[in-house]
Design a protein around this ligand. Sequence first.
Ligand code: TYD
Ligand code: MG
Length: 458
Amino acid sequence: MARRAPSFICQSCGASYTRWQGKCDACGAWNSLAEETASAPSMPVPGARLGGRAKGRVFPLEGLTGSEAQAPRAASGIGELDRVTGGGFVEGSVILIGGDPGIGKSTLLIQACAALARAGHRIAYISGEEAIGQVRLRADRLGLTDAPVELASQTNVEDIVATLSQGPAPRLVVIDSIQTMWSGLVDAAPGTVTQVRGSAQTLIRFAKTTGTCVILVGHVTKDGQIAGPRVVEHMVDAVVSFEGDSGHHFRILRAVKNRFGPTDEIGVFEMTGSGLAEVPNPSALFLAGRDHAAPGAAVFAGMEGTRPLLVEFQALVAPTSLGTPRRAVVGWEQNRLAMVLAVLEAHGGLRLGMHDVYLSVAGGLKITEPAADLAAAAALVSSLAGRPLPPEVVFFGEIGLSGAVRPVAQAAQRLKEAAKLGFRRAVTPAAIREAGDASLALTGTAHIADLVANVAAG
Ligand code: TYD
Ligand code: MG
């Protein structure tokens, strides 16, 4: 009989090796390999049927009936959550929600469970981390104890599936967290990649066969990866991250992957004494407490998905005392800052080689849009010149390597939001295709040099 070879599994990405080595070739993580006994590939359950259909049949694409074409969803009624999921939890789907410890994942999910349970659905919340008493205590604090949510404190997935299979299939099951789950069919210690993958497989199969929506909570490492089970990300229908800064009260829910909805929508919440509250108008929140007289602050009219979002870019450009000047950025991309600085030097006539440069997006938000280039550049120029920008101006536009300011999408919506919040002027790319009926005065900027000249002129 062939001896079963030991196998070393990377706890970060799930790659497997026959020998131990210090670095995982697949994901580059150091010291992440752990010895695990390879488990037999999971066999399909004999006679298993998906959605009640016979095995091995094919279906014509155009023959979908209305109910199949329109995935049935259960909306939680928490608007910011439903916006991110794409309108509610799809039947039979599996969602992985990741976030730092203490960010509020359990709080958000118990609130969602309570809302759906009150609407008459069968909802289960399985905690592998907290005892029933602790979950109940939190629900009590949130004023949710009247909601008929079924609570369980279990970590064995076979037991969980057996428990949930009694009675009608639940509409939603929350597993908090996937890293605490273990399956008796997998020969590995709990918390290892093999166990997490095995447990997730069992729970996913449960979701697909019963039509229950399963939410898996995943812990996140320092660099923002869902710890260990990156493999799980490929298996689930949606990956949602819950971000926020411990120093700030608001939290951002963002879909990273979504088979049933958009991935660029965000949901904004505020952590209050009585749980997470929706923030329907995040721009007002992000712009609160602005210092109008300070140089180096520029308001960016951005878009997050279909929603306009105004945030403040803050820059500090100061003479350096170091041989190599510092460049630090929070909430924006380091490479993008380097590019904007290079363009300002090459085409804007600025000399920044002897200056430290710090750039920060106020409020702890992360901006990834290229449209933010112009706002970042304006903040940098304003700080270097020591001149505050007029407080009633917003900026948006992408900067090319030639110094040209390029048009960006959805200008009309950005302008409309700025007008709504009391801004009166917008510095934009020269060619705006659709300005809408916004009541803002537009300053078209064709080249970065125009921006530098405008800021210098005040
Ligand atoms: P929690 O949901 O337990 O976080 P996670 O499951 O992501 O680890 O949230 C815990 C934090 O939220 C904790 O630091 C206290 C805070 N909190 C509030 O501020 N208000 C509340 O009503 C609740 C329930 C928690
Ligand atoms: Mg928790």
